[in-house]
Design a protein around this ligand. Structure first.
Ligand SMILES: Cc1ncc(C[n+]2csc(CCOP(=O)(O)OP(=O)(O)O)c2C)c(N)n1
Ligand SMILES: CC(=O)[C@@H](O)[C@H](O)COP(=O)(O)O
Ligand SMILES: [Mg+2]
Length: 624
């Protein structure tokens, strides 16, 4: 590590550092970020963009007394470096290492756990209200990106906080980017604000002009803040934030430490809601990231010189297979359209967007709206496919229930990143979807064992006249070693039978179950393997037949056990009076699962093939 990062104690020592030293620090921090993230992977571009802003925040405010709340939190690395965690960066996003997101358990400087977008203004308002109720006095600051500002919660909070008149600062970090280019009416509004004369330039000009008037200039300048209100519309042309009750300051150059310090120092004294519009460049200071901020938004380990990702594979991911199949289906059926919530590329719809620009709809970071928007499309004759990560679809539970399923509309949900996602950790694991969908009437829920089956299931889902969800995991698609040729017809798929036990595996767990079955064989246990396929409606007859044949069922799912497939099987056995059939259900326990590589986590929780084989043996021996 270099000098400033080594020799200073942050955040305390920032207070005595000169602006020149702070500027030198920005270079060290950028080098540090590139070096560390190139090894562990992580959210690089967003962090490179907030180096000056994070330094200025910690220089002006006194964390943890003053509360800084990061929206999404993927841009909190610099904050972590400046709050005593630089030495922990080798373990960033690793098992037992520091998180890539703010964690209250990790540091007193992390005020609110995040990972899901658009919550920071609500949380900040809660902090500010609690402060006021307790009669305390400190600042509460929310830092929210222009992408996160496309999320509905942010508007609900602005509406509420602006009217509350409570002292708080919202910093809008506008880099014109979500993961991809930002979209929507608000982003157009921000573009207009960006094009307006900057607040600080304006202030400097005003100062110069007024001081030039002999005798009255100084006094007039001192009264500047009083006239700010009367001239603000000339500067910002009706910034929507002012209408909602926030004092708007901006646009401010987010890479100019001097300007940032000035605007933060001034607004820290204000006793009302303030919004500071800061302009930054995503990827700032690292050419590879500046020119391709989407790639460096969230990247795995890479070569810092070339920017090339270190481990790449020729095998297709589930997302790519989904995107390719969508292109084929859209060619054949003009009613097929795609809906995304700010994740077109990541969900595999990039090529589809190029081929069918009029049939792809990016709702912004607005999962609830995306789902009801799709319901409207379906009610009016279209066949929308809504591609959203499992964890983010949690945002749209009520919309799935009332707007889609209650009306029995043919919306297809393609649920990417279902199950264990690895290093993004507890906010991002998609381990709840089977539980939050299983009980919804009219909904069909499918999980493919491999990439080919995902494509076939998508075709099947679009042939239905009712809602359907297909869940599949992050990463490279599995390819089942033999052709099974079993049609997708509402039944589960027996892959091979065994005398002693029958393993019912959901989705990704088929590949792990296959390995476990081989390991069981070497321990003298003959197991069959069934690909569940239909989680709902479940193939009751298939389960009963296996129960009768073997008298022992094992269920495997990459979902929490509560409300999952294993519980469905348990209910069926009970309802059918199979009290002597043995059932072992394996899945995630009733807790939030930490970060780590996907393999490490499967192993840690006994869900890798070796552990499964061992647990089945113990179960058969009556040990578990
Ligand atoms: C509810 C939810 N949906 C989607 C995401 C995925 N996501 C993470 S960061 C991001 C873009 C955020 O853009 P912005 O707030 O402008 O931050 P920037 O990366 O530009 O600094 C998205 C879509 C998320 N974290 N939460
Ligand atoms: C911060 C965030 O929510 C996303 O950037 C997420 O980390 C993306 O995950 P994938 O890498 O699985 O697309
Ligand atoms: Mg942005």
């Amino acid at each position: 590590m270099k000098k400033l990062l080594n020799d200073y104690h942050f955040p305390e020592d920032l207070k005595s550092m000169s602006e020149r030293e702070l500027e030198l620090l920005t270079y060290e921090i950028r080098d540090f970020l590139i070096e560390k993230v190139s090894k562990t992977g992580g959210h690089l571009a967003s962090n490179l963009g907030v180096v000056e802003l994070s330094i200025a925040l910690h220089k002006v405010f006194n964390s943890p007394k003053d509360k800084i709340i990061w929206d999404v939190g993927h841009q909190s690395y610099v904050h972590k470096i400046l709050t005593g965690r630089a030495a922990c960066f080798d373990g960033l996003r690793c098992l037992n290492g520091i998180s890539g997101f703010p964690k209250r358990d990790e540091s007193v400087h992390d005020m609110f756990d995040t990972g899901h977008s658009s919550t920071s203004i609500s949380a900040a308002m809660g902090y500010a209200t609690a402060r006021d109720l307790s009669g305390d006095d400190y600042s509460v600051i929310s830092v929210i990106g222009d992408g996160a500002l496309t999320g509905g919660m942010a508007y609900e909070a602005l509406n509420n906080a602006g009217a509350s008149k409570s002292k708080m600062i919202v910093i809008l970090n506008d880099n014109e980017m979500s993961i991809s280019k930002n979209i929507g009416g608000m982003s157009h509004h921000l573009a207009k604000l960006r094009a307006s004369q900057t607040y600080l330039d304006f202030k400097k000009q005003l100062k110069r002009a007024l001081k030039g008037i002999p005798g009255v200039g100084e006094g007039l300048y001192n009264g500047f803040e009083h006239i700010r209100d009367s001239v603000k519309y000339a500067i910002v042309q009706g910034a929507i934030f002012e209408e909602l009750g926030f004092k708007y300051f901006g646009p401010v150059d987010g890479h100019n430490i001097h300007d940032l310090l000035e605007v933060l120092s001034y607004t820290s004294l204000m006793e009302e809601p303030v919004l500071i519009h800061v302009i930054t460049k995503k990827g700032k200071g690292y050419r590879n990231a500046e020119t391709n901020p989407g790639k460096f938004h969230g990247i795995s380990a890479f070569d810092p010189t070339t920017g090339n990702v270190l481990s790449s594979s020729d095998n297709l991911s589930y997302s790519t297979i989904f995107g390719n199949k969508m292109i084929q289906l859209a060619h054949d059926n003009p009613k097929v359209v795609a809906v995304s919530a700010a994740m077109i590329e990541a969900t595999g719809l990039g090529k589809f967007a190029q081929k069918f620009p009029k049939r792809i709809f990016d709702a912004g970071i607005a999962e609830a709206h995306a789902v009801t928007f799709a319901a409207g499309l379906a009610a009016n004759g279209y066949q929308p496919v809504v591609a959203i990560y499992s964890t983010f679809l949690q945002r749209a539970y009520d919309q799935i229930v009332i707007d889609v399923c209650m009306q029995n509309l043919p919306v297809v949900f393609t649920i990417d990143r279902a199950g264990n996602v690895g290093s993004d950790g507890e906010t991002h694991h998609g381990i709840f979807d089977l539980s939050y969908l299983n009980h919804i009437p009219n909904l069909t829920i499918l999980a493919p064992k491999d990439g080919k089956e995902l494509a076939a299931m998508l075709e099947y889902a679009l042939s239905l006249k009712s809602p359907c969800a297909i869940r599949y995991p992050k990463g490279e698609a599995f390819d089942y070693p033999s052709e099974t040729g079993h049609p997708i017809d509402g039944t589960c798929e027996s892959l091979f039978t065994g005398e002693d036990v029958e393993i019912f595996a959901v989705g990704k767990m088929v590949s792990i179950g296959l390995e476990a079955s081989k390991k069981l064989k070497s321990r003298g246990i003959d197991s069959g393997l069934t690909n569940v396929r239909f989680i709902k409606p479940v193939d009751r007859n298939g389960i009963i037949a296996s129960a009768k044949r073997t008298g022992c069922l094992i269920t495997l799912e990459d979902n929490v056990l509560d409300g999952g497939f294993g519980r469905t099987v348990s209910a069926i056995l009970q309802e059918e009076g199979f009290t002597d059939v043995k059932l072992l259900s394996l899945g995630w326990p009733d807790k939030f699962i930490e970060q780590g590589s996907t393999e490490e986590l499967f192993e840690l929780y006994g869900l890798d093939s070796e552990s499964i084989a061992e647990r089945v043996c113990d179960f058969l021996e009556g040990k578990a």
